[in-house]
Design a binder for this molecule. Structure first.
Ligand SMILES: [Zn+2]
Length: 362
């Protein structure tokens, strides 16, 4: 249809305004679940005798109506694409008449529904993973579980970041495995390491974003004990909990990307120039260097745990360094990875893996 408006409403801009509103109007204590009860709040407009307090409450009520209208507008504009994240959140607020905020330092978990223990733990998990890459950060990060259908997303808006998670078979995706959540955190980590990636819109910048997020995610999978048990020298180049992305823990469900294969960047670019797809040959290359490091360490007499730890921390240091110094284009990122490798042998390995996949590093 011609003349259809293409400029949708920015859901995360509304989330940004809404969380600013929460922080400035309500007391949100650290390390505890803060429950904002809308009904009792609005009821006290009629019972309070203090005119200043009454004024304050009326202003909050007006703001809540304002956000309701924002949610409706977002639904009207974005609903047909299922990009109505704020509407999904706010209709739950309307239904429950509650807003729950758990705060742990700069990390918040936000939901209208009751938050279960696993969802609260997401803040601790997030803090732990982020600190492996960035010891100190002051960007506020909001984790909003249960929003999207079978999907998750990350967005940065003017000094704040948002991770929206979705449901899968009636459960929260962020808590079902380690991949989806650590992938979205990977986007946050990249933007913290290198602000050039914050509002990047080019396909190459988005491709680096996806590969970096998948790399953070597979390295995180490699640290997990139960994943390690399933990992052995015979399955490094086939399906294992580290070499696939998106699986639900303990199952083979919902695998969305594979890193043990060898794909051709040029071919993918012709067929389907989309960032998640184009990122695969980069992540594959990094995964193969990781697997090589595991194999090599075992040959040198290290135990399995020592070998995996060594490979994981080596690759982690390389991608962190590469992310910090790269420009948001593929040639720069691939070369930054090569240059960040600690020795000639690894540099050659990266070049070999990138060449095999026709990645544009020359
Ligand atoms: Zn992503």
């Amino acid at each position: 249809m011609f003349g259809m408006p293409t400029n949708g409403v920015d859901s995360f801009k509304i989330y940004r305004d809404f969380t600013d509103f929460l922080e400035s109007n309500f007391r949100i204590d650290d390390n505890r679940l803060n429950k904002i009860d809308i009904n009792s709040l609005l009821n006290s407009i009629n019972t309070t005798t203090d005119p200043t307090e009454r004024q304050r409450l009326v202003e909050i009520q007006m703001k809540l109506i304002y956000f309701y209208n924002q949610a409706i507008q977002e639904r009207v504009n974005n609903g047909y694409q299922q990009n109505d994240d704020f509407f999904r959140f706010y209709s739950e607020v309307e239904k429950q008449r509650k807003i729950n905020v758990y705060k742990k330092g700069n990390i918040y978990v936000l939901s209208a529904k009751e938050l279960d223990d696993k969802e609260l733990l997401l803040s601790t998990q997030a803090e732990k993973l982020i600190k492996e890459y960035i010891p100190k950060f002051d960007t506020k990060l909001y984790i909003i579980p249960g929003i999207k259908d079978n999907n998750a997303s990350h967005a940065y808006r003017d000094g704040k970041s948002f991770l929206a998670g979705g449901g899968y078979k009636g459960k929260e995706l962020f808590t079902l495995g380690d991949d989806i959540f650590s992938h979205e955190l990977g986007h946050f980590i990249l933007e913290q390491l290198n602000p050039k990636f914050r509002d990047s819109v080019s396909l190459e910048a988005k491709t680096i974003h996806e590969s970096f997020a998948d790399t953070v995610s597979f390295l995180d999978s490699a640290k997990d004990k139960s994943n390690r048990e399933k990992l052995n020298l015979n399955n490094l180049y086939s399906e294992n909990p580290v070499s696939v992305h998106g699986e639900i823990k303990g199952t083979n469900e919902r695998i969305v990307r594979r890193f043990y294969t060898t794909s051709d960047y040029n071919k993918l670019k012709e067929e389907l120039p989309e960032e998640h797809i184009l990122s695969v040959p980069i992540t594959e290359s990094i995964y193969h260097v990781w697997a090589h490091l595991v194999e090599n360490s075992i040959k040198q007499g290290k135990t399995k745990d020592e070998a995996v730890d060594y490979a994981t921390s080596t690759i982690q240091a390389i991608i962190k360094k590469a992310a910090e110094k790269t420009d948001p284009n593929l040639n720069s990122y691939l070369n930054s990875i090569i240059q960040s490798a600690p020795n000639e042998e690894l540099r050659k390995l990266f070049i070999q893996e990138f060449s095999k996949r026709n990645l544009p590093f020359k």
